[in-house]
Design a protein around this ligand. Structure first.
Ligand SMILES: NC(=O)CC[C@H](N)C(=O)O
Length: 308
């Protein structure tokens, strides 16, 4: 049987997998992220012809969290060059949790990849800007451009919440500073990091951002926002490490470059085909939207979109 996006496939998948939300939980280590209702689920897709397909809660705002790591990695490469960035952070997947300190202690204080928190904190420190405010303005403007939405802004409540309780990230940053891996003022870097994790957007915005990565850096209007080689680098890192210690499981079962966030978002890139944005706040034990994982698995399989 041949499936297409034209005849209600997204509605069907959202309703079929939504009940899985009961098996997940909300991330209580960031108190403000326990506000949404666990059953929410929505998806948005935009293909390279500009056709849009949506279902469910695709227009509800949520915080980008770790999906911002692909935006900051892109900017750091543009600002400092690929060689410099990958001299400060590795490109190897890990089997540790996203906020683990373990790899820094047992192998090298240079974080193994830019998607785990330690790596992303280092990447944030590499973004140009005299102050944390200037860096954040650049990150926000770039995000707005990628999403083609000038309204995108920071959710201050979530920012303040994580700034107060993000002790693991704070300790990671001080550890990196002590090891001379993190340059600059620790508290400034943390401010920027927590703020870019708190950027608020919708599944529809995520789909627009994903589309840019799927068409080698070109926006829907044809503007070259990212050089093709930088896009390829970032897609590769997503495919290898975008789901931390379940990146292998995601590659095996879904099979596209993608990035998860504990806000419940997933950004999925189908090269030369489409950008996908998903929102569902109930998380599995690895910090991935539990509904999103299964919706994407069935979607990619039905439309035969795996890159592998
Ligand atoms: N996986 C995530 O989305 C983690 C992001 C979150 N802000 C943190 O640093 O812990």
């Amino acid at each position: 049987m041949t499936y297409s996006l034209e005849n209600g496939l997204l509605d069907e998948l959202i309703e079929k997998h939504r009940p899985l939300c009961q098996q997940g939980s909300l991330p209580s280590y960031i108190p403000a992220l326990t506000n949404p209702q666990q059953h929410l689920a929505g998806i948005s897709i935009i293909d390279i012809k500009g056709s849009r397909y949506n279902s469910g809660d695709y227009l509800l705002p949520f915080t980008i969290q770790s999906i911002s790591k692909i935006i900051t990695l892109t900017m750091a490469i543009l600002d400092q060059g690929e060689d410099f960035v990958f001299s400060r952070v590795g490109a190897e997947p890990t089997e540790d949790k996203f906020n683990s300190i373990l790899p820094l202690e047992i192998s090298s204080a240079y974080p193994p990849n830019p998607m785990i928190n330690a790596g992303a904190i280092v990447v944030t420190s590499l973004i140009n800007g005299k102050t944390s405010q200037e860096k954040m303005d650049r990150i926000l403007n770039f995000t707005r451009k990628l999403a083609n939405n000038p309204e995108i802004s920071v959710n201050e409540e979530v920012f303040i919440s994580e700034r107060r309780t993000g002790n693991k990230n704070i300790s990671l940053a001080y550890y990196l500073k002590d090891a001379n891996v993190l340059l600059g003022e620790v508290e400034d870097v943390l401010d920027t990091y927590f703020r870019h994790c708190s950027i608020s957007l919708t599944a529809s915005d995520l789909a627009n951002i994903a589309l840019v990565y799927s068409q080698d850096g070109k926006s829907l209007t044809g503007e070259q926002l990212i050089p093709p080689m930088v896009c390829r680098q970032v897609r590769t890192i997503m495919a290898m490490s975008g789901f931390y210690d379940e990146s292998g499981r995601f590659a095996r079962r879904v099979g596209i470059p993608a990035k998860s966030g504990v806000g419940g978002g997933i950004l999925g890139v189908v090269p030369n085909r489409m950008g996908i944005g998903f929102y569902g706040p109930s998380l599995n034990t690895k910090g991935t939207s539990i509904v999103g994982f299964d919706v994407l698995e069935e979607l990619i399989e039905k439309l035969d979109l795996s890159i592998y």
